[in-house]
Design a protein around this ligand. Structure first.
Ligand code: C5P
Length: 402
């Protein structure tokens, strides 16, 4: 099993002799399925060439903050948003000090400040530098802010000393990176997720659908599995691979989706991320509808309402903790709050689909979650994978409080 399948990792390489292990680390992260983009400090470049890391990661290495060509290709903010995890290996004493102070005087420290993704450091330095009270104070400060430390290990050092300060081996770091995604927050729970669009047939060759790609629902399924849940994913027609360990049920129409969800009940939590067609043609023509060659008249299609899957499941006696999505192009929070009430939900995730960089069909999202007390929690723009993990952690927390 690839524990880092499709995870996006920004690997920061600082200026220490352990940078030679970073080349191996890129290999190990990719073996686990991760996509890796490397950012090197000027010190890092003294120890290992960007070309080596470019060849191993399969992408140009990011070097400078003030390089217009590199910024045009993938700017520092884009890189910060792209990341699911920022891993710095080796993290030198100097880098730790700059990060502790919030200094942003090169590309790597700027990405760290700009990212919402989890950050992990693999310290590597001489044992006396590690033991120094300044480094220990920085370590403490960084850990208090939620930055994880992988290692350091202890043993013989490149400088001849023996003690704490060795960077962990590439294998150990790749495992520690994968552990960051396995939260265990939903262990033992059954989660039902709807995703994608539905298709409502007009005749044997035509249908009505919408622009939903299914990416958000699939990212939620993946994050829920990582959090330990048993996940049933009921999906409309999409072009996405099934996340590992997820039970996927493919459906076409809204009515199929409802039937599949009802068959998958009971569940502890329901997340309805599907963009379900509200209406379907009243009659599905048995044969392909033909144009009338004698008139230029339009075609009138009589539509009827589809069942509301989310409201139906949230209205059952054995109702799960229910989370809906509100994709709106105007009056986002007002409409979302109304849906929360009307559909008897615990939480609603409001999603502004008028903004072209987020929502339907895009790689990134930014959402606001509203609860029954109308408290709002905002998750700022990031990859759908990262937003999904944040949402799953939030939903798990609220589920436990309910
Ligand atoms: O009413 P609206 O379609 O905007 O509500 C959106 C929420 O309701 C989403 O969570 C969506 O998955 C769910 N929904 C549903 N069945 C429908 C319509 C919407 O489950 N027929």
């Amino acid at each position: 099993m690839q524990r880092l399948y499709r995870k996006r990792i920004v690997l920061g390489v600082g200026g220490g002799i352990a940078a030679y292990k970073s080349a191996e680390l890129v290999r190990r992260l990719r073996d686990q399925g991760a996509e890796v983009r490397v950012v090197m400090t000027s010190g890092g470049r003294e120890f290992i060439t960007p070309l080596t890391l470019q060849a191993l990661s399969g992408h140009p290495v990011h070097l400078d903050l003030l390089d217009p060509a590199a910024e045009a290709a993938m700017g520092h903010i884009e890189l910060a948003r792209w990341a699911d995890l920022v891993l710095i290996a080796p993290a030198t004493a100097d880098l730790m000090a700059r990060l502790a102070q919030g200094v942003a005087n090169d590309l790597l420290t700027t990405v760290v400040l700009a990212t919402n993704a989890p950050i992990a450091l693999a310290p590597a330095m001489n044992q006396a530098m590690w033991a120094d009270p300044a480094t220990q104070a920085n370590r403490q400060l960084l850990e208090q802010r939620g930055i994880r430390l992988f290692g350091p290990g202890s043993g013989s050092q490149a400088c001849g000393d023996i003690g704490m300060g060795r960077m962990l081996e590439a294998d150990e770091l790749a495992h520690a990176a994968a552990d960051c995604f396995d939260t265990g927050l939903l262990t033992g729970l059954h989660l039902l997720i709807t995703a994608g669009p539905t298709q409502e047939n007009i005749d044997p060759v035509r249908y009505i659908t919408n622009h939903s790609s299914g990416k958000m629902g699939f990212a939620l399924a993946e994050a829920a599995v990582e959090a330990g849940a048993r996940v049933t994913l009921v999906s409309g027609p999409v072009f996405l691979p099934t996340p590992d360990r997820v039970q996927r049920i493919d459906v076409v129409s809204a009515r199929d989706m409802l039937a599949a969800c009802e068959a998958a009940m009971p569940c502890d939590l329901l997340i309805a991320a599907a963009a379900v067609a509200d209406y379907r043609p009243e009659v599905v023509a048995p044969h392909k509808l033909k144009k009338d060659p004698t008139s230029g008249e339009g075609l009138l299609l009589q539509m009827v309402r589809n069942p509301d899957i989310l409201a139906t499941l949230a209205g059952r006696e054995d109702r799960p903790f229910s989370v809906g999505f509100a994709a709106e192009t105007e009056n986002l929070l007002e409409y979302a709050t109304r849906k929360l009430r009307d559909k008897n939900l615990d939480l609603i995730v409001a999603n502004d689909v008028a903004n072209p960089g987020i929502g339907f069909n895009s790689e990134e999202n930014a959402v606001t979650v509203i609860d029954r007390q109308q408290r709002e929690t905002r998750f700022s723009q990031a990859s759908k994978g990262h937003i999904a993990r944040q949402l799953i952690a939030f939903i798990a927390d609220r589920y436990r409080q309910a």
